[in-house]
Design a protein around this ligand. Structure first.
Ligand code: ZN
Ligand code: ZN
Ligand code: ZN
Length: 256
């Protein structure tokens, strides 16, 4: 199984338009973060987790020539803003793109992308997606890969993380209850959101993410969905993180 972190930045990305802080003007490529998304290659399938506004650029950078499915964590635009660009895969694969999302996320997608979901007189150039409804219950992608959702709170809204084999990916979480935490336990690798050092109402900050990783005794963890307020990549890693926790960066690949 191979995981590629396509983007590791918070909703505005890093650098932020118009910002001249030390992180936004850093020359370190690890301080340049596209919007958060991941690509999972396992059991012969290639699956995207989220499809944000940088989706096209991410797929081009990583030369992803075939995509079997998209899984959505939640419906915020920084995770869904690239849905129109699945058109390229419709063209090459000559079929609708399977999209796995909760009813709640599907409802928002239908509002944001009304032209994709119209029944009559659909524009021929619009993307074709095939919706699969997921619940907080294990499901299989294309009848091949079993995925266990982990439900968390993102401020007041539900968000899903996904466990596939011994890998768990959870972003945009600010609270996980103990029953859901159990599903993460035993993961060999966890990718978890940590927005910045200071507290935030809808995202784990650095101390909260580290506390969860330690409590669940996760042997290897990477922090994602990072804001420019986190600090410079090399400074945060060398001063604030234990060796088994690293800051994620765009393009990071993890093999399990
Ligand atoms: Zn987000
Ligand atoms: Zn900045
Ligand atoms: Zn969000």
């Amino acid at each position: 199984m191979r995981v590629t972190l396509l983007g590791t930045g918070t909703s505005m990305g890093v650098p932020i338009i118009g910002c001249a802080c030390p992180v936004c003007i850093s020359a370190d490529v690890r301080d340049k973060r596209l919007r958060t998304a991941a690509l999972i290659e396992t059991d012969g399938l290639t699956i995207a987790i989220d499809c944000g506004p940088d989706f096209r650029q991410q797929m081009l950078q990583h030369r992803v020539q075939h995509l079997d499915a998209v899984l959505f964590t939640h419906a915020h635009r920084d995770h869904t803003g690239g849905l129109d660009d699945v058109r390229a895969y419709n063209l090459w694969q000559q079929k609708p793109m399977p999209v796995y999302a909760t009813q709640r996320v599907q409802q928002i997608l239908k509002n944001h992308y009304d032209y994709v979901f119209v029944e009559d007189n659909k524009y021929a150039g619009a993307p074709n997606v095939e919706l699969h409804t997921i619940l907080n219950h294990p499901f299989t992608v294309n009848n091949r890969v079993t995925v266990t959702p982990i439900e968390a709170l993102h401020g007041n809204d539900p968000v899903l993380g996904f466990r596939i084999h011994d890998f768990t990916y959870l972003t945009d979480a600010s609270h996980v209850n103990s029953r859901e935490e159990e599903k993460i336990s035993g993961s060999k690798v966890l990718v978890l959101n940590a927005l910045r050092q200071k507290k935030h109402w809808s995202h784990f900050n650095l101390p909260q993410a580290l506390e969860l990783i330690n409590r669940l005794q996760i042997p290897k963890a990477y922090l994602t969905h990072i804001s420019h307020q986190m600090g410079l990549h090399h400074e945060v890693e060398s001063n604030l993180l234990p060796p088994h926790v690293r800051l994620a960066y765009d393009g990071l690949q993890i093999t399990l």
